[in-house]
Design a protein around this ligand. Structure first.
Ligand code: AP5
Length: 210
């Protein structure tokens, strides 16, 4: 089964995609992570992408689709897409790519969360520099190091209030139309992202019949 997780930046897509990967064996593909990897490599492309993500804009459809397909590495099944597609053109490219392989998107899950909560979560997020684990300074068991690998926790360059607000605007303009795109075909399953991480995971497992 191929699944797309949609939702505002900070709604919990990455957190839940990691649960689907760890508990149910999905392949987790996050275009945000792939782009940050390119930035960390200090390649010429990475330098250009760094500026784009820092101010909360979208990377071009051509570049991000190329990065995605390269990293899918021929995989076409049991994928959880986190942060892709983000525009109608990306959705069409993904449909075409999967169709050529005789596959499709089976489920689309929207994690809903009010804007104020989204902004709070983004500006309080920390991520492990080494393994990418996601944390939040407000969670009860927060430590100032990664409990999974001991790595240093950092704040993402786009987790400033200014960039977070811009990303919400970009979501409304570019990504929200995907709700009609998928809504009129395979349907969109809505989940309340305001509950605990475990409760959200259970709701997702339930709608995906896992
Ligand atoms: P990307 O990395 O995809 O960022 P995003 O979509 O903005 O999503 P986030 O990673 O910010 O949030 P999330 O929903 O994964 O939430 P998380 O689980 O971390 O993209 C970054 C940039 O790359 C984009 O802005 C763009 O420039 C570029 N890009 C990427 N893909 C692209 C594409 N397809 N096209 C063009 N450009 C692209 O959780 C957030 C926080 O909340 C954490 O602290 C977490 O611990 C906490 N949290 C999670 N769940 C809960 C819960 N239930 N209760 C309490 N806290 C929780």
């Amino acid at each position: 089964m191929n699944v797309i997780l949609l939702g505002f930046p900070g709604a919990g897509k990455g957190t839940q995609a990691k649960v689907l990967e760890g508990k149910y064996g999905f392949v987790h593909i996050s275009t945000g992570d792939l782009i940050r990897k390119e930035v960390a490599s200090k390649s010429e492309l990475g330098e250009r992408l760094s500026e784009i993500i820092k101010n909360g804009s979208l990377v071009s459809d051509e570049i991000v689709t190329e990065i995605l397909i390269k990293n899918l590495n021929g995989k076409t099944q049991n994928i959880v897409f986190d942060g892709f597609p983000r525009t109608l053109r990306q959705a069409e490219s993904l449909d075409n790519y999967l169709r050529e392989q005789g596959k499709k998107i089976d489920e689309v899950v929207l994690i809903e969360l009010p804007e104020e909560e989204v902004l709070k979560r983004l500006t309080s997020r920390r991520v492990c520099k080494l393994c990418g684990a996601i944390y939040n300074i407000y969670s009860e068991d927060f430590k100032d190091f990664c409990v999974k690998c001991g790595g240093q926790l950092i704040t993402r360059s786009d987790d400033t209030l200014q960039s977070a607000k811009r990303r919400l605007d970009v979501f409304r303009e570019e990504t929200k139309p995907l709700l009609s795109y998928y809504g009129s075909t395979i349907g969109v399953k809505k989940i309340d992202g305001g509950k605990t991480i475990e409760e959200v995971s259970s709701s997702i497992a339930e709608v995906l019949k896992l």
